[in-house]
Write a protein that binds this ligand. Structure first.
Ligand code: ADP
Ligand code: MG
Length: 362
């Protein structure tokens, strides 16, 4: 296992600046998920690591080896970087058997036959595909093909594997199963994994640490999933990871008014954090599970919809013309009662943060 460091990487497609001074370190032996919306530059970064894109600035290190440096003119060729890659479209070769697919890169590197056979067998065993060694890809399911692609990435004995949206093309159940398998394969092999996804849910399930990338290619937070959920660095992270509600507020002489839309609500319980700048427009952000029903609260809502999700109830409520999501776990539902669709009641916000309103995209 190796660590990887991106230092101040900038990259343009034509005039289009995709990455600017992007820095990120991946620890040896961890699964780091790089999560960000489509088009923010994730694949562009992967291509820089593989040697398929040449950055304009910055350096890339694998352990202490500099594989790229713009100023020192280092640019290790693609085939020498020995980084395993699994892409979204499995890209296994249809005319080769499973073993041939997995062994292809070794054959190209003229690894002796007996050694090659052993390494292919090892890699197939890692992904539980030994019995399919002589099958053609057309005889395999999507999940099995993707396991072949993972075996192919493992076989190079690369200390690093990059997976760029590897399960996006699989159905929901298989995605779930593949995530568990990827985790197990990673544990067994000890390989460092950079896992790329636009899907926060799979990142939460899989990662040791998560890096959040904003539109525009900036890294806005790096931390454990717990850090990121409990201490989001900014509005983008708060909104991107997990479900969130936002309500515009007005602050006058220390008193806060919620202005959801058609009606204002004085919010006596609301507190601005110390040092907050109340002269600028603000919104309060609150997670659905940080809102509780309280029939005596002055924040009046109508329950539009209530959905039972097995472990919780998911409500869609209207507060003065704005729809909010409220979640109540089954224990609370049993204790305080399930709120019926159409009911009029009150809510209280238990835990919340203030953010500037979302910038209007030009
Ligand atoms: P992500 O993987 O996060 O979805 P990409 O790295 O693929 O995003 O793309 C980032 C931006 O670069 C997008 O705006 C995309 O349209 C643009 N882009 C990607 N590949 C090319 C290319 N080969 N030529 C020009 N622009 C590209
Ligand atoms: Mg991509």
């Amino acid at each position: 296992m190796s660590k990887v460091a991106f230092k101040n990487i900038s990259f343009k497609y034509g005039q289009n600046q995709i990455l600017k001074d992007f820095s990120l370190e991946i620890e040896a032996g961890e699964i780091l998920c790089l999560v960000g919306p489509s088009g923010c530059g994730k694949t562009t970064l992967v291509r820089c690591l593989l040697g398929l894109n040449k950055p304009d600035t910055g350096e890339i290190y694998v352990d202490d080896t500099c594989i790229f440096s713009a100023t020192r003119r280092v640019n290790m060729p693609v085939e020498r970087r020995n980084i395993g890659i699994v892409f979204q479209d499995y890209a296994v070769w249809p005319h080769m058997t499973v073993s041939e697919n997995v062994g292809y890169s070794l054959k190209k590197r003229r690894v002796p036959k007996d050694q090659m056979a052993r390494r292919v067998a090892d890699a197939l065993a890692q992904v539980n595909m030994t019995e399919y060694a002589n099958h053609l890809p057309s005889q395999l399911s999507g999940g099995q093909q993707q396991r072949v692609a993972i075996a192919r990435a493992l076989v190079g004995n690369g200390e690093i594997i990059v997976m760029d949206e590897p399960i996006t093309n699989l159905d929901a159940k298989l995605r779930e199963q593949m995530l568990t398998e990827i985790r197990e394969i990673q544990r067994r092999s000890g390989t460092t994994v950079l896992y790329i996804t636009h899907d926060q849910q799979s990142a939460l399930q899989l990662c040791d640490r998560m890096a959040i990338m904003e539109p525009g290619g900036n890294l806005c937070q790096l931390g454990t999933d717990e850090d990121i959920i409990l201490h989001p660095a900014n509005r983008f992270t708060f909104e991107f990871i997990g479900v969130s509600n936002f309500i515009p507020v007005e602050v006058k002489g220390g008193a806060i008014t919620l202005k959801p839309g058609s009606r204002d609500f004085p919010w006596a319980e609301g507190r601005l954090p110390e040092g907050a700048d109340a002269t600028k427009p603000l919104e309060v952000g609150v997670r659905p599970n940080d809102i509780v029903f309280d029939k005596d609260s002055p924040l009046r809502v109508t329950v539009n919809r209530s959905v039972f999700l097995g472990s919780e109830y998911d409500y869609f409520v209207d507060l003065g013309g704005r729809e909010l999501r409220v979640q109540q776990n089954t224990l609370d539902a049993a204790k305080y009662g399930v709120v019926k669709e159409g009911a009029e009641t009150g809510i209280r916000l238990l835990n919340y943060r203030f953010y500037p309103p979302k910038e209007v995209q030009a």
